[in-house]
Ligand binder design. Structure first.
Ligand SMILES: [Zn+2]
Length: 98
């Protein structure tokens, strides 16, 4: 591995750089924490993406099933599914800009 501060090559198990004294373990842990945070954020995005697909699809399926026998309920789930889809699309677009 290379020192995170001065860039000189050092042994992997060195906690402190022998050239400049920079603490290697702390930097490594901080990097790992950042990776963990990124993973959490990605998981949230993936879950949000799945929910944004499932909700309108369930709404559409219920709409098609109930359309003949329960037109009033079909209209409600159809509108709810459509609203869910629009809200989720807006949410995804907002996420892109934040
Ligand atoms: Zn160094």
């Amino acid at each position: 591995m290379f020192c995170t501060k001065c860039g000189k090559e050092i042994e992997n198990d060195y906690a402190v750089c022998p050239y400049c004294g920079a603490n290697q373990k702390d930097v490594e842990n901080n990097t790992n924490n950042q990776v963990e945070d990124n993973k959490k954020t990605q998981t949230q995005v993936v879950c949000g993406g799945i929910a944004s697909f499932i909700f309108p699809i369930v709404g559409l399926i219920l709409f098609l099933i109930w359309r003949t026998n329960r037109p009033n309920d079909a209209k409600v789930v159809g509108i709810a599914g459509l609203c869910g889809f629009v809200i989720n699309v807006l949410y995804q677009i907002i996420n892109l800009f934040i």
